[in-house]
Design a binder for this molecule. Sequence first.
Ligand SMILES: *Cc1c(COP(=O)(O)O)cnc(C)c1O
Length: 241
Amino acid sequence: MTSPDSASTATVRDGGVPDIAANLAEVQGRLAAAAAEAGRDPAEVTLVAVGKTFGGERMIPALEAGQRVFGENRVQEAEDKWPALRETYPDISLHLIGPLQSNKVRKAIEVFDVIETVDRPKLARALARTMDEMGKRPGCFIQVNTGAEDQKAGVLPDAADAFIAQCRDDFQLPVLGLMCIPPVDEEPSLHFQLLAEIAKRNGLSGLSMGMSGDFEIAAQFGATHVRVGSAIFGARTKPTL
Ligand SMILES: *Cc1c(COP(=O)(O)O)cnc(C)c1O
């Protein structure tokens, strides 16, 4: 159902495969410019390249271009895709950015370097216990449901301070910061600002926020990690969950 003019042609090669290296360079340039414009050091903002739904072969141009931080939203998909790539590119850092079920905690700790979606006590407890057992401690972000959307994961803003304290003090999780996914139909900056405020009053420096459509705004509001998929790898045609 694509009309002839609906797809950008500037970054798409013959055959409809996007020019991933060119897209990546463009996103990095825009990200650095947005950070600099906000008076920030561009090196403070890490680009997390989101590869979900695409196979490992589509990651290779990004890897060859030097990209090392990637995001996936499903544990099983990451397990299928990344171990083989890690053999060639051992310094990859892989972030889980999708919901985590308690029964997949062990696998998630095995596969991921950072878990961005800690959002409830049961999960936090399971992560803490399993990290102790495994002797591996991926950094954690706490997901905040800044728009208080029923269908979205994340701790509610009102409950965030208590949950952050619980994760750090009771469960001793290595909490790096906060993560949010703003409602699609709202001004993202309000949500980025809210997330930044909650992080600041809790003494957290990490802020994972901003996607293909709004990563420059996120950088202006203090993002330390932006999660960008389609602007790099092209439009997704498969469902993501
Ligand atoms: C898919 C996804 C992204 C990337 O979305 P794009 O709009 O393709 O950049 C970022 N964050 C989360 C949590 C996602 O699921």
